[in-house]
Design a protein around this ligand. Structure first.
Ligand code: HMG
Ligand code: MG
Length: 290
């Protein structure tokens, strides 16, 4: 079995983490979090989301967060569900956005209030306009291993949505196990289907750790050539439209796995632990320990 020699970590804590925390943080704290994460060596940080504040109030101040971020080696990215979101991203000079589809019709309706096909139509226009503005676009697919509303999903459907997102100009597809139901066997079957048509370098794993299986699933995907992993400092968060979804796999746990497998990641664990403690204290959560 061979693993990649290096892995890119996409830190989603300031977005996926904070969007589902009951404590709403002020802009200064969010900015301090993002700066602290950049200081650890992380190169891609999802710093907020330009969605409707009525749907996700925790992300309401994202414009102010982006406007206060200092340039660094890190790319700061944002979720944009529609043209209004993209316009806000352009106003804040964001260099990378993400559109987010789902592999399940029921989840698509609950999360973004439209069908999968309607969402892909909207994302095509958003992606085109973003690329015209030299903004890179990432594509998410939620519920790739199962849906909280409709149960099983068809992996062929995941593949065709991934292909549509790539065709419209997304540079990478992040596969979201939104409710953490994947196992290594499920991960193997899902990726086998996707890798029939898509290069591993264009895929990322976005595993929520609801049942404590995220690390085993990530190990399986690394063995199948995937080299981009999403994670959230201290394992914060979840999805407000997937009841019971717990946080993303903790960045600390991913780093421990990569160190164990001797895979380069470029993150300073000591600095990460400090920023992890900082955000846990601000949220009133117990400090993360593995
Ligand atoms: P809608 O209600 O159908 O939209 O929501 P609308 O166009 O009818 O607009 C309704 C109101 O929202 C209007 O305001 C709009 O102006 C406003 P009003 O006239 O009522 O005052 N609005 C906006 N405001 C600011 N920014 C915007 C925006 N768009 C509309 N961009 C919509 C459709 C997509 C907007 C809504 O459903 C939404 O915001 N959904 C986002 C839900 C969300 O953020 N979910 C969590 C992120 S996804 C996730 O966590 C999964 C992931 O991590 C992967 C995984 O784990 O699987 C990525
Ligand atoms: Mg997520």
């Amino acid at each position: 079995m061979s693993y990649p020699s290096a892995v890119k970590i996409v830190e989603v804590g300031p977005r996926d983490g904070l969007q589902n925390e009951s404590v709403s943080l002020d802009v200064a704290t969010k900015v301090q979090l993002v700066h602290g994460l950049a200081d650890t060596g992380l190169t891609i940080i999802e710093a907020g989301s330009f969605v409707s504040p009525k749907w996700v109030p925790q992300m309401a101040g994202s414009d102010d967060v982006f406007n206060q971020l200092s340039p660094s080696h890190a790319t700061y990215t944002a979720l944009t569900p529609n043209m209004r979101g993209l316009e806000r991203a352009i106003e804040c000079n964001v260099k990378e956005i993400a559109v987010f589809a789902a592999a399940s019709e029921a989840f698509s309706q609950k999360n973004i209030n439209c069908s999968i096909d309607e969402s892909l139509e909207k994302f095509k226009a958003v992606t085109q306009k973003a690329l015209d503005h030299n903004i890179a676009v990432r594509g998410y697919i939620s519920c790739v291993a199962g849906c909280p509303y409709q149960g099983e999903v068809d992996y062929k459907n995941v593949r065709s949505i991934a292909q549509s997102l790539l065709d419209m100009g997304c540079y990478e597809i992040s596969l979201g196990d939104t409710i953490g139901v994947a196992t290594p066997a499920v991960t193997e079957r899902l990726l086998s289907e996707l890798l029939k048509a898509i290069e591993p370098s264009k895929l990322a794993m976005h595993m929520h750790d609801t049942y404590g299986r995220a690390i085993d699933n990530i190990k399986q995907s690394l063995a199948m050539g995937i080299s981009t992993i999403d994670s959230s400092v201290a394992g914060l968060g979840g999805c407000p439209y997937a009841k019971g979804a717990s946080g993303n796999v903790a960045t600390e746990k991913v780093i421990a796995l990569l160190d164990e497998l001797d895979i380069v990641h470029g993150v300073d664990l000591q600095k990460l632990t400090q920023i992890s403690q900082f955000i846990c204290e601000k949220l009133g959560r117990p400090v993360f320990t593995d």
